[in-house]
Design a binder for this molecule. Structure first.
Ligand SMILES: [Zn+2]
Length: 399
């Protein structure tokens, strides 16, 4: 066997061991050997290498099955930290997490001008701010994951954002050259679906759909336990499926798109028009609903109806175990679930029994940022070369 093969096998074995330690820590070397079916010598040498890299450490002793008590191995979740960003049309939400996705710090700002020229300096400032909160660690900030509202292709180029009109934006390169660490750009609904699959409502589902209802509607698809991105990375743009053949023009270029009828943006706009106001916010509309305002209740029913129409199309297409809704408005006003559920039940074929469980997001506003951070963590632990990254860690710290 040549050296390249040997290096590949060692790296592969090391990742298998690290993955098992992350899933089952604290764990003994003997149990790791049993679980992974790697021999004791391999487990011993590769865990020694992981300890040298400070990705794992030894703690006290575990439960003995007779004989000497085994030393247990722990995953070092504080070996480095990650920044996750949800870049919305009118806000930037930034999180700092450890390598297990536990949130250490949280920052949220609203933005008034959605142009990319105006957003870039604010985004850099918020990331710098939250990066300073990271405790000292062997690897420092291991990367930045950004979930963006819009079409993001497989090269992580932001091709188009229908609401803020960005075209061909190379945010990845801009942030990488500024922060000198890996940056990952993903569509916000894909990131949210990944976050919800790892930590939230659909943790135990293999086939499920995440629907993000905000200014527009984005859909993230988990198929056979994996995020489905499509050929170019544009899967899940179901906010732009036509539900009205004679509908108005959408920012995407199509007509009668679902999100023109069933997004929070569309609903808030309709409510403002009815009340002769320029705009209305979540608190104002929630208050009208609590007071059972006639117009608000009627519009709410229609909003739920339009959401139900699109969700029926989604359920008929994917036959999912569950659908997760992520929306500040729906989470504050779960009463809308009634009209959503009624529409689905009235329209779905009676042969579909179990496949329309609708859940609300468990991660709430953090779903996208947490998902984006998790892509970075996965890449760092399972795909990158830790040693060379460790040498680069100081580059970020010196900013
Ligand atoms: Zn559209």
């Amino acid at each position: 066997m040549d050296t390249a093969d040997q290096t590949y096998i060692k790296t592969h074995n090391q990742r298998i061991l690290l993955d098992h330690i992350i899933q089952h820590h604290p764990i003994s070397r003997a149990d790791l050997s049993k679980m992974t079916r790697l021999n004791k010598a391999t487990v011993s040498s590769q865990t020694a290498s992981l300890m040298e890299k400070e990705l794992i450490y030894e703690i006290g002793t575990g439960i003995s099955s007779g004989g000497r008590r085994p030393v247990m191995l722990e995953f070092n979740k504080n070996a480095g930290y990650v920044i996750g960003v949800d870049l919305g049309v009118h806000y930037i939400l930034t999180l700092l997490t450890d390598l297990e996705g536990n949130i250490l710090f949280h920052d949220y700002v609203e933005t008034s001008n959605p142009s990319i020229e105006s957003i870039k300096p604010i985004l850099i400032e918020r990331i710098e701010l939250i990066a300073k909160m990271a405790p000292p660690s062997p690897y420092g900030i291991i990367g930045i994951g950004v979930g963006v509202h819009g079409f993001v292709n497989n090269d992580e180029l932001i091709v188009l954002t229908p609401h803020s009109k960005w075209k061909d934006v190379e945010l990845k390169t801009t942030l990488e050259s500024h922060f000198h660490c890996p940056v990952l750009i993903e569509n916000e609904a894909n990131a949210g679906a990944y976050g919800e699959k790892l930590f939230g409502a659909i943790k135990n589902c293999s086939n499920c759909i995440f629907v993000s209802v905000g200014m527009g509607i984005g859909v993230g698809i988990i198929m056979n336990g994996e995020l489905y991105r499509g050929t170019e990375g544009f899967s899940g743009e179901m906010g732009h499926m036509t539900i009205d053949l004679n509908g108005g023009k959408c920012g995407c270029g199509n007509y009668g798109c679902w999100e023109l009828y069933a997004s929070e943006g569309a609903f808030f706009k309709k409510m403002a028009a009815l009340k002769n106001l320029d705009e209305m916010n979540l608190e104002q509309i929630s208050k009208l609903i609590q007071e059972h305002d006639g117009e608000a209740m009627e519009e709410l029913e229609k909003f739920g109806y339009y959401l139900g129409i699109g969700l029926t199309n989604i359920i008929n297409t994917f036959n999912p175990e569950a659908v997760v809704l992520r929306s500040n408005f729906i989470e504050s006003n779960p009463i809308v679930l009634n009209s959503i559920q009624n529409t689905i039940s009235a329209r779905i074929t009676r042969y579909v029994h179990q496949s329309h469980q609708i859940y609300l997001s468990q991660l709430h506003r953090n779903a996208t940022a947490l998902g984006a951070a998790s892509f970075v963590i996965h890449h760092f632990l399972m795909e990158s070369d830790h040693v060379s990254l460790k040498q680069d860690a100081r580059a970020f710290d010196s900013i």
